[in-house]
Design a protein around this ligand. Structure first.
Ligand code: F0G
Length: 486
């Protein structure tokens, strides 16, 4: 961020564009046809049918010239690849962990961790679940307990660390179930489903103290650790003058085991598990060749391993760690100025629109966040992601689990979008907010049992003043205000 002479903050790009990809700009009629074809599920859209892809920051970040150059040095050996040793060295340097296991992405790490540590009857406390984390831990017979602080569910807040774990809730869980039923505590840095909200170092220290008292290991999900470290530097007293590298080291010093999707903060692909403890490494390592690939490639191409090694080191650079966070902060401030209800303070991953406040006329389970994501697509060609009740699976007895938060995430992949893109999205979302009564709900037509948000298909339903063909009506209103080909 840089301060302008009129006092405004500007997210300044500290890179230049070297390669570009031409984007299509489908008309509103084409967008309406595409979202219908996709069953009102943005996961089922094709990228040729959209303008800006803000589904996720996962695997969609622009890589640096150094990452691409390194990938050309890849050593394609099935076993003993030199590329792996470069990655292990980067992990030692950045995380201080002696042992590294590459895996094909974050959920692969979750799968192996679940296989090794989660047994039927286990309870796993965490600041917040991630969808794939929960799926793996539940499939292994465990129960996930999200014990974030209550403030995390206040979407209109100024609290800096809404990703904190609630210490009192942790103590009562341990008291209720007994420490032997808790294989580990999981801390997600930053808490993705809360709107990319960070935890503070002070909170992690408190969690560590309890973990020590009851001899419970801590696992940190470091997929978004660059963002969390950047927010600690900017928001936590005492860390202003610490480097991102030092902050990351301090976080990891409190973890027994870490794992990550390298597709996010690390601006690469793939994933990894790392630890300082040989006994933990020895438990997981034998599973890697069974499920992923040999220990020195873990199911990823060696090119990606090279680019991960560079991406990890680049993540400790303050600009790289914070480039998405700065643009998101700007995005959130601009949406707020227009009156659009967004999660504050701004976090990582993207701008998160609060669909409950945007669409108060929708009831559960009319999937407000799903409907809003579809409506945003119709009037802008921007693909966001539903992060609400659709993203929760039903209980074992079929009861709908209503999410505490109904968010539409407009992700900001690192170094991909420019201010003109952000201003365009702000304008179209603000237009939609002024036409919000036109948006109705959704209902499932096809609903898979697990991770239904990926493949489920929905159709529009009436809600409030909105008719069941609200999608068509909204497109017509858009054409009246803009034109056919906008
Ligand atoms: N942990 C966190 C915190 C994540 O955000 C993700 C993925 C994963 C684990 C799983 O990693 O995708 O490499 O298997 N988040 C992506 C997202 C998918 O869109 O937020 P993965």
């Amino acid at each position: 961020m840089i301060k302008l002479s009129d006092g405004r903050n500007l997210p300044l790009d500290m890179h230049k564009v070297k390669i570009i990809q031409r984007l299509p700009f489908p008309t509103v009629e084409q967008r309406l046809a595409a979202i219908r074809e996709a069953g009102f599920n943005t996961f089922l859209l094709r990228t040729r049918d959209m303008f800006l892809d803000m589904l996720t920051d996962s695997g969609t970040n622009a890589q640096s010239d150094a990452q691409l150059a390194a990938s050309m040095e890849a050593d394609d050996a099935y076993a003993g690849s030199e590329s792996f040793y470069k990655l292990a060295e980067a992990v030692r340097e950045v995380f201080g962990c002696e042992y590294t296991l590459p895996v094909h992405q974050g959920r692969a790490a979750e799968h192996l961790i679940a296989k090794c540590f989660v047994k039927p009857g286990h309870v796993i406390p965490m600041n917040q679940h991630f969808t794939t984390t929960k799926a793996h831990f539940v499939m292994a017979g465990g129960t996930v307990e999200e014990i974030c602080i209550d403030e995390a569910f206040n979407t209109d807040s100024s609290y800096s660390f809404k990703g904190n774990l609630d210490i009192e809730k942790l103590k009562s869980l341990i008291f209720k179930h007994g420490a032997d039923k808790i294989p580990f505590i999981r801390m997600e840095s930053t808490a993705n489903l809360l709107g990319g909200q960070p935890f503070s170092m002070a909170n992690l220290k408190e969690v560590r103290a309890i973990a020590d008292q009851y001899k419970i290991p801590i696992i940190v999900d470091t997929s978004l650790i660059g963002d969390n470290a950047y927010m600690i530097k900017r928001r936590e007293a005492g860390y202003e003058n610490r480097t991102i590298g030092e902050i990351i080291h301090e976080i990891i010093s409190m973890a027994d085991l870490i794992y990550m999707s390298a597709r996010k903060s690390c601006t690469s692909r793939g994933g990894l598990i790392a630890t300082r403890k040989k006994e933990i490494y020895d438990l997981i390592a034998p599973l890697v060749p069974v499920y992923e690939g040999f220990l020195t490639y873990g199911g990823i191409s060696t090119r990606e391993i090279e680019s991960m090694a560079v991406g990890l080191r680049e993540m400790t650079d303050e600009y790289t760690a914070g480039c998405a966070a700065d643009l998101i902060e700007y995005f959130v401030a601009r949406l707020s100025e227009k009156g659009v209800p967004v999660v504050t303070p701004a976090g990582g991953v993207g701008a998160h629109i609060d669909a409950m406040r945007f669409l108060p006329h929708l009831d559960h389970p009319q999937y407000p966040a799903g409907a809003l994501a579809a409506a945003i697509f119709i009037c802008s060609g921007v693909r966001g992601m539903e992060r609400g009740t659709v993203s929760m699976d039903r209980d074992i007895d079929g009861t709908e689990l209503i999410s505490e938060l109904e968010l539409v995430r407009l992700a900001v992949p690192r170094r991909v979008f420019t201010l003109s893109h952000i201003e365009y999205v702000v304008d179209r979302v603000a237009w939609l907010y002024n036409h919000r009564e036109m948006i109705g709900g959704l209902t499932f037509e096809y609903e898979p049992e697990m991770l239904r948000f990926f493949l489920g298909r929905l159709k529009p339903v009436a809600a409030g003043k909105a008719a069941s063909n609200w999608d068509e009506k909204l497109a017509q209103a858009f054409i009246r205000d803009f034109s056919l080909d906008m």
